[in-house]
Design a protein around this ligand. Structure first.
Ligand code: OSB
Ligand code: MG
Length: 376
């Protein structure tokens, strides 16, 4: 692929409103943009880590450190034929999936641009449009939550996901069902806020006919989730516990869940994301594409991934305007029709990068160049 230069650029982009979950509040997105250059093309990706290790163990700083110390220097020393090589190359490095993903996904973009294909096609996706939902944080009041749900339903979002935690579960879900009825596609995400001691309450959630409950128990657990899944009717969807196709295989083997949320960053990139997708397809387990409040570049990668055929449940990839006043891609992500995003048709991620905005938001930058062999 002739990668001869790699650039990291760190930007801070404010969210329209703080996003509150059971693990804390997120007010701005702190992003590392990675660009991989060959002579004629450039591939781009964004790191999805949060500034704090509250959802996952990585942070923007640990991603920067891993990229500059290990991942980028190693990639520049090696020959890469295809993105899978990057995934294989870094398999000896323990964890740090978001750092690996930021680089591997930029290579996927470059690879598809060099082939003149869309990223979706390069991944094997065939959907021209994807159905999307929206994730709603913990709100100050039930009325504020209901207003948000109403607005997103008006925009046609195909799945309403609400964050829950002990003390903010039965009440908001009851209020939503009461106001909007039994038919709206509703799910809850607990971000690991419960334990098996909460069994009585978790069983009560069955009365809301939720599409699923996402990661109710510990962030690193599958055993207790299997115990819980045997006791409740609501399908469990795993998010934080799944880092690989191997994790997925084990979780499915013990019936810890019935649905998987695939996040590119959490699983180390698109190669592993596709592996998880393929395994779930074979086992007839539906998947959907999760999010980490990505800005446009990450959103574009998610759209391409969600074009694969087993993404049968609407994902969290909402329009750019859900979180941002201004996005780092042009055009920004919009809904083509209610609850529908079009998979772009230009090569690679299919969106232009808004360099002007990125340069305005940039706080730090570093460029790495391939060392030329002294024999040439
Ligand atoms: O658990 O899915 C999650 C955001 C940050 C960290 C974890 C999660 C989330 C979301 C938002 O739910 C998904 C999105 O809209 O990008
Ligand atoms: Mg989640």
């Amino acid at each position: 692929m002739d990668i001869n230069q790699i650039q990291m650029q760190r930007i801070k982009i404010p969210l329209k409103a703080p996003f509150i979950t059971s693990f804390g509040a997120i007010k701005a997105k702190d992003i590392i943009i990675v660009r991989v250059f060959s002579d004629d093309e450039v591939g781009v990706a964004e790191s999805v880590a949060l500034p704090f290790p509250i959802a996952n163990e990585e942070t923007t700083d640990t991603v920067w450190y891993m990229l500059e110390t290990f991942l980028i220097p190693e990639l520049l020393e090696r020959e890469v034929q295809e993105p899978k090589d990057v995934s294989d190359m870094f398999s000896y490095i323990r964890r740090n999936p978001m750092a690996k993903a930021a680089l591997e996904m930029a290579v996927w973009d470059l690879y598809s641009k060099q082939k003149g294909q869309t990223l979706a096609t390069a991944l094997g996706g065939s959907r021209k449009e994807i159905e999307v939902g929206v994730s709603i944080g913990i709100e100050d009041s039930i009325e504020a939550l209901l207003q948000k749900v109403e607005g997103f339903l008006e925009e046609g979002y195909k799945k309403i996901k609400v964050k829950i935690k002990p003390g903010w579960d039965i009440k908001p879900l009851t209020a939503i069902r009461k106001r909007f009825g039994e038919q709206i596609p509703l799910m809850a995400d607990a971000n690991s806020a419960y334990t098996l001691d909460d069994m009585k309450l978790l069983k009560e959630l069955d009365m809301f006919s939720l599409m699923m409950i996402e990661q109710p128990l510990a962030y690193d657990d599958i055993i207790d989730h299997a115990t819980l899944q045997a006791e409740i009717a609501t399908p469990i969807c795993l998010d934080e516990s799944i880092h690989s196709a191997e994790d997925t295989r084990k979780a499915l083997e013990i019936n810890a869940c019935k649905i998987i949320n695939i996040k590119t960053g959490r699983v180390g990139g698109l190669t592993e994301a596709k592996k998880i997708h393929d395994l779930c397809q074979e086992k007839q387990v539906p998947v959907w594409c999760g999010g980490m409040l990505e800005a446009g570049i990450g959103r574009a990668h998610n759209i391409a991934l969600a074009s694969l055929s087993n993404f049968t449940i609407p994902g969290d990839t909402s329009a750019s305007s859900r979180y941002f006043h201004e996005d780092i891609i042009l055009p920004e992500v919009t809904l083509l029709k209610p609850g529908i995003i079009e998979v772009p048709t230009k090569p690679g991620i299919g969106f232009d990068v808004n360099n002007e905005l990125i340069n305005r938001l940039a706080v730090k930058e570093k460029v790495f160049t391939k060392k030329k062999s002294s024999f040439i």
